[in-house]
Design a protein around this ligand. Structure first.
Ligand code: B12
Length: 480
């Protein structure tokens, strides 16, 4: 059997370290054909990679590129520099094995990353079948040029076949993540990631998810998901499982079925999810989620101003957002809220509308993350709007430096000032640029959780500390 080494190049540990689900799925899928070894760079940060390559002597090396930048307008981190210097270059210097790049970050900027990394091949979008076909071609010395979604080094700038052609759904394999990577370091703050479907049929104007995953939903069987959770629990004991779908409760009914399948198994896992879309929310869904074991959710309305919601093409209404806010309170389900300010049609009044909504409806124990400006991604309606309004110029790179959209009435400076005012009024609201807690604060939170035996989500402990520190600063201000 030929040897394949898959490398996770993600160094980011905020908001918590993310285990490399994508390459673990690939490792499980490719197992019948290749001997696969996964190198996880999250904690090792490239230190032992060269030694591993020398010892393992792989026939192929795949690099997974997840993050390009942090999507925070004023403190943009560009991850690519270290991905290249700490992972890709050292390997290129010692190995002649073909280098293949892939991953969700790669899939957003394939041409740019092929050029920057000097990789031999690139796979856009989901890996399983396409990667296997590519490797089979390479095994046989056949040209890979006609494969869909594959890029080649000598063909930079041209994707060999239709980028948009998603292959028919196959069942997403169990990741069995902990069989491919050491899960121990993820236990304290990390999660066990689970994917319940692929694709996104929504059309939010700024979003690149349909480009990464396809536009059609391809759903996993709820019982398959519940079984994956049960088996992981048998191996690992108590861990938190997180659903990583772009929206968990789309299309309507699937999330409910997953909860029912989990309840039926009587396994009582600890669950959380990102991407609760206000549209398909009901007390039935929340009831099922509570029974299934949800301890935390993320809700992503982006705005609570009706004109902005409409302009972003969110397909839900202010009533939907209000309902989900009431449901989170009614069920006391800890929630992180995400708002994006500065989109098309944003004005001083619409910012005030969202601010009022936050003050009126959001539980003050829940965190509100406020992004200023919308990252402009290729092939999105926002790119067209930004071009039309002269925010970006035709031919301008959207890769680096990352461009952001701010509406004419809320330019960056004005918006930053308004968000700071919201932050100073509501202790639970944080501009994204200020949201990463310092290592000291994280340590303090970990100590507090241990001392007080807190089982609440980490963000609630961090908010508690922030509130106390804010109170102390105010008292000291009064004394001086
Ligand atoms: C879930 C998610 C999160 C969750 C993660 C929860 C968790 N437990 O994993 C949260 C909310 C915490 C999060 C945080 C962040 N995220 Co995020 N996230 C996602 C999301 C929606 C899904 C990622 C995922 O797990 N997919 C499921 C797995 C199975 O798919 P996959 O990794 O893509 O792997 C497949 C293919 O890519 C391919 N593949 C992967 N590797 C390889 C390698 C080779 C060689 C090949 C051939 C193929 C291949 O095959 C795999 C199987 O089919 C994506 C958007 C999206 N729709 O992809 C954004 C996304 C990855 N996030 C993004 C960003 C920026 C971030 C943050 C930096 C934001 C921030 N400032 O906090 C942080 C970074 C966190 C970290 N520590 O790394 C960006 C990255 C692009 C960019 N602009 O840089 C994305 C693409 C969204 C976007 N706006 O564009 N995120």
């Amino acid at each position: 059997m030929k040897r394949l080494l898959l490398v996770n190049t993600n160094l980011e540990k905020y908001p918590y370290p993310i285990p490399p689900l994508g390459i673990c799925l690939l490792a499980s899928y490719l197992k019948p054909w290749y001997e696969v070894n996964v190198y996880d760079g999250v904690f090792d940060e490239g230190r032992t990679l060269v030694d591993l390559v020398q010892a393992y002597d792989p026939d192929y090396i795949g690099f997974s590129i997840r993050n390009i930048d942090d999507v925070v307008a004023d403190k943009t981190i560009f991850y690519m520099d270290r991905i290249i210097s700490d992972f890709i270059r050292p390997v290129q210097q010692i190995s002649k094995a073909p280098i293949i790049v892939g991953g969700c970050g790669f899939s957003v900027f394939p041409d740019e990353i092929m050029e920057l990394t000097g990789a031999d091949y690139g796979v856009v979008g989901e890996g399983e079948e396409v990667f296997l076909s590519l490797l089979r071609c390479l095994d046989k010395g056949k040209p890979a040029v006609l494969l869909p979604r594959v890029l080649m080094k000598d063909n930079v700038g041209r994707i060999a076949a239709s980028h948009k052609r998603y292959l028919p759904y196959h069942s997403i394999p169990f990741s069995e993540m902990d069989r491919h990577i050491d899960f121990m370091p993820y236990r304290q703050r990390g999660v066990f990631s689970i994917q319940t479907k692929r694709g996104c049929a929504l059309k939010c104007i700024y979003c690149n998810y349909p480009g990464i995953e396809g536009k059609k939903y391809r759903l996993r069987d709820p019982h398959d998901i519940a079984r994956e959770i049960e088996e992981a629990m048998d191996r690992l004991g108590k861990v938190t499982f997180e659903f990583v779908d772009s929206t968990f409760n789309e299309p309507a009914g699937h999330a409910e079925d997953i909860c029912r399948a989990i309840i039926q198994r009587k396994i009582h896992p600890q669950l959380r999810t990102m991407g609760i879309n206000p549209r398909n929310t009901s007390s039935e869904l929340f009831d099922l989620m509570m029974h299934a074991g949800f301890r935390q959710i993320d809700v992503t309305p982006d705005s609570a101003a009706p004109t902005v919601i409409k302009n972003l093409k969110k397909r839900f209404t202010l009533e939907d957002i209000t309902r989900v806010a009431l449901l989170t309170r009614m069920y006391d389900l800890p929630t992180m809220w995400f708002f994006l300010f500065g989109g098309p049609g944003e004005t001083v009044e619409t910012v005030a509308q969202t601010r009022n909504f936050i003050g009126l409806y959001i539980n003050e124990e829940d965190m509100v993350l406020m992004h200023a400006g919308l990252r402009i991604y290729p092939n999105t309606p926002l790119e067209k709007i930004a071009l039309k309004e002269g925010v970006i110029q035709s031919g301008e790179s959207l890769f680096y430096p990352s461009p952001y959209y701010f509406s004419a009435d809320t330019p960056k400076k004005r918006l930053d000032k308004m968000l700071k005012e919201i932050r100073d009024t509501f202790h639970n609201c944080l501009p994204a640029a200020e949201s990463s807690p310092s290592p000291e604060m994280i340590q303090k939170a970990l100590n507090m959780r241990k001392e007080k035996g807190l089982t609440e989500p980490m963000f609630r402990t961090l908010l508690r500390i922030r509130k106390d520190e804010g109170r102390r600063t105010k008292d000291e201000g009064r004394r001086t």
